[in-house]
Design a protein. Structure first.
Length: 60
């Protein structure tokens, strides 16, 4: 069984984990309503997804 020969230093551990962070959330401007929404999600303001009416529009 493979066993590490030496302890991994905090510096090396941090270098390995440097790319594990999550990036900022992506938002796009909806072409129909102009509202910001997540990609591949339903626009809750209009209730549309990819040009089709999926939900009833919200009355705010």
């Amino acid at each position: 069984m493979a066993v590490p020969k030496r302890k991994v230093t905090p510096s090396k551990r941090g270098m390995r984990r440097a790319h594990d962070r999550t990036g900022p959330d992506a938002y796009i401007e909806d072409s129909d309503s102009g509202e910001l929404r997540r990609p591949h999600h339903i626009d809750l303001k209009t209730g549309k997804y990819r040009g089709r009416q999926v939900l009833e529009p919200r009355d705010d």
